[in-house]
Design a binder for this molecule. Structure first.
Ligand SMILES: [Zn+2]
Length: 298
């Protein structure tokens, strides 16, 4: 996965926006996709750093400068989503997070049953002219990566649904889906765009689920180095003087005749015999040799 706890999306919080200053916290229920509805694939159209941000120069260099002053951090508009996907100034497609994920979105409006703003993390995908297959597949993949990251982060089932105001709502949906469910305003995004290139919201859910499943498989594979480390830990536990009563007579004899000589002392200075640990072929030869000497055969 592109985004993980240790490699999250970059953050350029827009703390000057009305949304950032006014929206409260909500319980997270899912992820809702938007696209901007305007031909401008550059994130800088919407995202600019705070005027006093300590990393302002970094972000202006990364995003480019919106010299029209109409980004969402410098206009008092009633809109607010958690992230934007589109082009950085170097044309790379990326995600920029602009507010805490558990902030109430001001994204999809409302319908007769309420609003998905109440718990669905929302992001805008910057549209181009909607004719470029390559750009479409790049932002689609980026949005799938972001959604998979958020599903893992908040333990959301990408193929699941939640009950909200007596409506069955998919965990992952788009703005137009929320309208159809009576939980959003009538905007067409993203269904006027991605289906043109063969991608539906069900493809999104399947692709997110597949990405997470592949990631879990990768996590479960143990490296040889990790196995050796655990094996060493396990054997250390066996290298003390714990042993069963049934073997006591034989153990005492083996020590007394010098067959078994211990593996070293513990912190308290007591000699340890590692009774429960493995016997190597090397150690076996030494034992046999000592025994052969005992009976005059070596
Ligand atoms: Zn929308």
């Amino acid at each position: 996965m592109k985004y993980t706890i240790s490699t999250p999306p970059q953050q350029c919080f827009m703390r000057q926006s009305l949304w950032y200053q006014s929206a409260g916290k909500v319980k997270i229920r899912g992820v809702l996709w938007h696209s901007t509805g305007a031909n401008n694939p550059y994130i800088k159209r919407y995202v600019q750093p705070d005027d006093n941000a300590s990393d302002r120069m970094y972000w202006l260099n990364t995003l480019g400068i919106n010299s029209n002053g109409n980004d969402w951090n410098h206009t008092k508009n009633q809109k607010g989503v958690h992230a934007f996907i589109g082009r950085l100034i170097n044309n790379e497609v990326s995600t920029v997070q602009v507010g805490d994920w558990d902030k109430r979105a001001w994204g999809c409006g409302s319908g007769k049953y309420g609003t998905c703003n109440n718990g669905w993390i929302q992001f805008e995908i910057c549209e181009d002219a909607l004719t470029d297959d390559a750009y479409c597949s790049q932002v689609y993949q980026e949005a799938v990566e972001l959604t998979a990251y958020l599903c893992k982060l908040y333990n959301l089932d990408p193929l699941g649904t939640v009950q909200y105001n007596n409506v069955t709502v998919p965990v992952i949906l788009c703005h137009q889906d929320s309208y159809k469910l009576g939980l959003g305003s009538n905007h067409s995004d993203i269904l006027h765009w991605f289906p043109k290139f063969g991608k539906t919201m069900q493809d999104v859910r399947n692709d997110v689920a597949a990405l997470i499943a592949a990631d879990i498989e990768e996590e479960e594979e143990m490296t040889l180095a990790q196995f050796k480390e655990l094996m060493k830990e396990y054997r250390t536990e066996l290298q003390d003087n714990n042993a069963g009563e049934w073997s006591k007579e034989a153990r005492t004899w083996a020590i007394n005749v010098g067959l078994i000589q211990g593996v070293g002392s513990d912190d308290s200075g007591e000699l340890q015999y590692a009774w429960e640990d493995n016997l190597s072929r090397e150690q076996m030869c030494v034992l046999l040799y000592r025994f052969a000497k005992m009976i005059g055969r070596a």
